[in-house]
Design a protein around this ligand. Structure first.
Ligand SMILES: Cc1cc2nc3c(=O)[nH]c(=O)nc-3n(C[C@H](O)[C@H](O)[C@H](O)COP(=O)(O)OP(=O)(O)OC[C@H]3O[C@@H](n4cnc5c(N)ncnc54)[C@H](O)[C@@H]3O)c2cc1C
Length: 396
């Protein structure tokens, strides 16, 4: 599907579709593209602007879970996600469930670095057979530019992970299905249950849908409440990310492990084009701990962390800002991170959280497994405005 599709308009303001998707982040937009490719008649409703909640705030890393193995052993979380870089690489090559040919990653290989004194036992684990093909120690001449200095006395690893520009990713997924994504905030008053599906009242149009697919991220809980569904329940895990505009002319895509005391990268760094330069976007422990800090305190902490992790770069004139955003997921015991994507059916409703951008293909498989074959309904136009794509935080 490379060209936008033609639609007919609804007759007598009543339309029939296989499914309505609620929420236009990566989950909803991935499914819109995937289900159209499979021949389903499907439309998407987005409250505000497509992607502007978690998806465009994400760091865009398509990762294979090495950062979940920093306790020195493989875990269920690191294993479930380990196949995702390859599945996304298939999509970039045009062999996957969605076609992302033409989408150029921001970086082809993510790095991990630490000063000479940190790794200890972890260094043997990284060199072990269990991790062969997933991590490779680099020679000094292959270090990324910001680490290629005699002032850095440490180790650098290359992972199989890569980084996508999430806005370009959403653009690529939307391109063939753009006119099926509408701007509408779905609320309880719009929904009536039927024995074989739901009817949605969207302005002047009534839409009969065989399935209602909830991919509204943090908005899923309100929709579950509106539908009287008390299981699953959602959890939110907060982050406070840091954006740094600075004079260093090169990007960096790397986890910093220098001095880590718990199994989480101290800094997770991605870089995003900003005029002639780059904005570095910082997550990892910094953003997890930052969720409990005031923004001013977090900026002081970020400056101090950069001076410890990358002391040879100049930070005095850097400009800092922060971004609070919650990760929305199915609730886990003790609020832990889920290991995989989630999708389950409750009558005609399917609720899904990818739980990670990287796990979108896993979520797509799970939703497809819950749907009957397409019912050959025609594609329709709803007569409400289509949704616009949002902006990434560094473009605000
Ligand atoms: C700071 C941060 C960094 C991250 N970095 C990474 C990373 O590098 N790699 C990775 O794999 N994962 C990462 N993640 C996780 C990943 O971003 C999320 O798992 C993913 O984006 C969730 O997508 P989603 O579509 O479920 O939710 P969202 O992107 O939040 O989309 C939900 C959409 O639903 C809409 N909506 C809500 N209620 C309604 C309603 N009633 N009607 C209509 N629309 C509604 C919202 O407006 C929103 O657009 C990161 C997350 C965060 C917060």
């Amino acid at each position: 599907m490379s060209r936008p599709e033609q639609q007919s308009s609804t007759s007598a303001n009543r339309a029939c579709v296989d499914a309505v998707i609620v929420g236009g982040g990566i989950a909803g937009i991935w499914l819109l593209n995937l289900l159209r490719r499979k021949g389903y008649s499907v439309v998407l409703l987005e409250s505000t602007r497509l992607g502007e909640q978690q998806t465009l705030a994400s760091q865009g890393m398509i990762h294979g879970g090495m950062k979940y193995a920093l306790a020195g052993r493989l875990s269920r979380a690191s294993e479930t996600i380990s196949g995702m870089p390859e599945r996304w690489a298939d999509c970039l090559a045009g062999r996957g469930p969605v076609d992302l040919r033409g989408l150029q990653p921001l970086c082809e290989r993510y790095h991990m670095f630490a000063d000479a004194s940190t790794l200890g036992q972890l260094a043997s684990f990284f060199a072990s057979r269990a991790l062969r093909g997933r991590i490779r120690k680099l020679k000094q001449e292959d270090y990324p530019q910001p680490l290629a200095t005699p002032a850095f006395n440490g180790v650098v690893y290359e992972l199989q992970d890569f980084v996508l520009d999430t806005r370009r990713l959403l653009e690529a997924l939307l391109e063939p299905v753009r006119q099926c994504a509408y701007q509408w905030h779905l609320s309880a008053d719009d929904i009536s249950a039927r024995s074989d599906g739901v009817t949605l009242t969207l302005g002047e149009t009534e839409v009969d849908a065989g399935h209602l697919i909830l991919t509204a991220g943090a908005g899923n809980q309100a929709l579950l409440d509106a539908l009287g569904i008390d299981d699953p329940v959602m959890q939110l895990r907060p982050l406070n990310q840091v954006l740094v505009r600075h004079a260093h002319p090169y990007p960096l895509y790397a986890h910093c492990l220098t001095g880590i005391r718990r199994p989480e990268p101290r800094l997770t760094i991605t870089s995003h084009p900003d005029g002639d330069g780059w904005i570095w976007y910082l997550g990892g422990q910094l953003a997890t701990d930052g969720a409990m800090m005031g923004d001013g305190a977090l900026i002081d902490h970020a400056m101090a962390e950069l001076k410890v992790c990358l002391p040879w770069l100049k930070w005095a004139d850097a400009e800092f800002s922060t971004l609070r955003v919650d990760r929305a997921e199915p609730a886990q015991s003790r609020g832990q991170r889920p290991d995989e994507a989630y999708a389950s059916a409750r009558g005609p409703c399917i609720v899904a959280w990818p739980t990670k951008l990287s796990l979108a293909p896993d979520m797509g498989d799970k939703v497809l497994a819950l749907l009957p074959p397409p019912a050959a309904n025609p594609l329709i136009s709803l007569g409400i405005p289509t949704a616009e794509l949002g902006r990434a935080p560094w473009n605000h």
